[in-house]
Design a protein around this ligand. Structure first.
Ligand code: SAM
Ligand code: SF4
Length: 349
């Protein structure tokens, strides 16, 4: 890549390669999940869409070949199909896949079709319960059962709409994310698995994480992934498939042919050792770790041109040595070493 001293693949100080770029399009959201606590306003200095495309082009050239669009809620971003179309043209410079994570509330039939036609390869929709009451508990601190019912119906409609638009679950193009918080929706683990089996969609159950400093996270809110698997396996026996290299999720197969299940054990079994993800916020701050307190501002090198940007990304990746999740237990034992970290809706998960 022009502007770098070497053309060797990027590798950080722990030998981890570049792989996935998570690009947040907005810090705003139309929900207010209590484990996430989104901002109601954008950070200052939002990137423009042409800047985003230039940034992804340079990152793809450095080996970040998978792009995930996120937020906040990425469907709030105006002109999303055009942005995806422009990003899709970057396959010519090394981008291989474009994915998006969304709460699905705004996914109309037309938008789903436009996004698929524009080149969005994969869509993950988030839903944390199967009943109006459980969804209400997870989408906002004070949501009513009627609001829970509305959100639940919207996600179910989005799943159907996405499938019709060509996000084929059997080809891994459509998945369901659920965060499990002990004391809030732990009773939904088995019903969510049942719903996903019925729909033929892979469910990814995520341990509640201590991202940000507003969500009041406590270790006892974490249901370990092993317990989720044990509960589901008691209903439908499971066979382990392991965690793919650089993947976040350990996967399981239902022995009765009912499809796949995945669990993201970021607290109980951290996977920092082969993390290949770089996160870019909506205003161009690069964070190598979800739990980092500070990012690197890429706006200046971005505005200087591709060579400066390439050098800046290569430098920050080359200097990377964070493994926060693996060090969490030490930090919890010694609160004096704890630092404030950026909020989830700003970082984009
Ligand atoms: N708004 C979109 C959504 O909810 O799918 C995209 C952004 S959201 C920050 C990305 C993913 O992070 C979602 O699946 C969400 O459930 C998950 N998430 C948010 N806060 C989390 C937390 N504290 N622990 C674990 N997962 C979390
Ligand atoms: Fe919004 Fe997603 Fe955060 Fe929930 S998890 S508040 S849907 S950004």
């Amino acid at each position: 890549m022009a502007g770098r001293a070497s053309d060797a693949p990027l590798s950080d100080r722990l030998g981890r390669p570049a792989g996935v770029l998570r690009l947040s399009l907005t810090a705003r959201c139309n929900l207010n999940c209590p484990y996430c606590c989104p901002d109601n306003r954008e950070p200052e200095g939002l990137l423009s869409d042409p800047e985003r495309v230039r940034l992804v082009a340079v990152a793809a050239g450095l080996g970040f070949s998978t792009l995930r669009l996120t937020g906040g809620e990425p469907l709030l971003h105006p002109g999303l199909p055009q942005l995806v179309r422009d990003l899709s043209a970057l396959r010519a410079v090394g981008l291989r896949e474009i994915a998006m994570t969304s709460n699905g509330q705004r996914l109309t039939r037309r938008l789903a079709r436009e996004l698929r036609e524009a080149g969005l390869d994969r869509l993950t929709l988030s839903l944390d319960g199967t009943t109006a009451a459980s969804v209400a508990r997870m989408v906002a601190p004070q949501a009513s059962p009627a609001q829970g019912e509305h959100c639940l119906r919207a996600v179910l409609a989005a799943l159907a709409t996405a499938r019709q638009a060509g996000f084929e679950p059997g080809a891994g193009r459509l998945k369901l994310n659920a965060v499990i918080v002990r004391g809030r929706n732990e009773d939904q683990v088995v019903p969510l698995a049942g719903l996903a089996r019925e729909l033929g969609v892979e469910l990814r159950l995520i341990e509640a994480m201590d991202v940000g400093s507003r969500n009041g996270w406590r270790p006892d809110q974490v249901m370990p992934a092993a317990e989720m698997v044990q509960r589901i396996g008691a209903a439908w026996p499971l066979e382990p498939l392991g965690r793919p290299q650089h993947g976040t999720a350990s996967r399981w197969r239902y022995r009765d042919g009912g499809g796949l299940l995945a669990v993201v054990a970021s607290i109980s079994q951290p996977f920092c050792g082969d993390c290949n993800r770089l996160r870019i916020t909506a205003n161009g701050m690069a964070h190598t770790c979800l739990f980092a307190s500070q990012g690197t501002d890429l706006r200046q090198p971005l505005r200087q041109g591709p060579e400066a940007l390439s050098r800046a990304i290569a430098a920050l990746w080359g200097a990377r040595s964070d493994r926060y999740s693996e060090e969490r237990s030490e930090r919890l034992r010694d609160p004096a070493t704890a630092t404030a970290h950026a909020e989830m809706a700003y970082l984009g998960g």
